[in-house]
Design a protein around this ligand. Sequence first.
Ligand code: C2E
Ligand code: CA
Ligand code: CA
Ligand code: CA
Length: 278
Amino acid sequence: AKLEHRGHYCYYTRSMGGEMRARVRLMQDLRQALGGGSLYLLFQPQISLGDGQPVGAEALLRWLTESGQLVPPDQFIPLAEDSGLIVAIGDWVLRGACQQLVALKNAGVGQFRMAVNVSVVQFRHPDFIGMLERVIAETGVDPANVELEITESVAMLDPERIVTLLNRIKEFGFTVAIDDFGTGFSSLAYLQRLPVDRLKIDRGFVGRIAFEGEGKNIAEMIIDLGRNLGMGVIAEGVEDAAQADYLRARGCHEAQGFLYARPLDAGTLLEWLRERGG
Ligand code: C2E
Ligand code: CA
Ligand code: CA
Ligand code: CA
C-alpha cells in the first residue's frame, strides 16, 4: 500500500474491488462536500526575495470530512479530475479566492496577487473562458491581480489551442504561471511561444539545492531560463534561509514556503500581512 491508512479512505488496498469501492465512496463524499461546508481555502503568502515584502498568496484547497479527517489535496484532486468533478470544484475555488482578494483589498491591503491552481481538466473544459467571465462579473475582482497556475502538462496539449486559450485569458488581464516547472517535458522552443508571466520552481528542486554540489542546480537553470525568456521566477517550498539566500543570489524574484509562512486561513493571513507592515 502506497498511502498510509486514513480511515475508510484507504483506496490503495490489495483488492482492486475494494479500491474501486473506496474511490466511489470518496467521490460521493466529495460531491457532498462541495454542496456542504467542508471544503475551504487556505492562503500561503508569497514574498519578494529582494525586500522580503509580501507580494501575494496561493489559494490551497482543504477538505475536512464529516468524520473530522483532513484529506490531502494530492489524494482527492486526482480523483476529482478523473470524475470531472474538478470542474465544479475549480469554479468554487476560483470564486472563493477572488472573493478573498476583494475582501483583502477592502481591508486595506494594497497591491496583492492571488494565485489559483487550475487543473488541466478544468483548463480544457469548453466553458473555461465563460467560467472566468462569470467569476469576474460576480466577484468584481480585478483579474490583473489574479494569477492562474497551470502545470506543464497543460502546455503539452494541442499547442495552437493552448496559445489561443492563454491569449484569451491574458486579454482579461489574468497573469499565468507554470507550476511545478521542470518536472514536465515542455520543449524550450514551445515555452518561448507561450504567453506566460512566471515560472514556478518545483519544491523538489528547491529541496535539492544544498545537495547538488558540482555544476549548475536545476533551480539555477530555471532562474536563468526565466530571465532569458523575460518571465518572473518564483520558488516554492522554501524552508530555510540557506535556500532563500541561494535563490536570491542567483536572481530568483519571489519565494513561497514554510520559511515565511504555512498556508493560513483568511483571518490569519490578514494578521500576518499587518505584522509585516502591509
Ligand atoms: P502545489 O500547487 O505545488 O502546492 C504547493 C504545495 O506545497 C502545497 O501542498 C503546500 O502546502 C506545500 N508547501 C508549501 N510550502 C512548503 C514547504 O516549505 N515545504 C513543504 N514540504 N511543502 C510546502 P498542498 O496544499 O497539500 O497541495 C498539494 C497539491 O494539491 C498542490 O501542489 C496542487 O497541485 C494541488 N491543489 C491544492 N489546491 C488545489 C486547487 O484548489 N485546485 C487544484 N486543481 N489543485 C490544487
Ligand atoms: Ca500551485
Ligand atoms: Ca507547485
Ligand atoms: Ca506540486
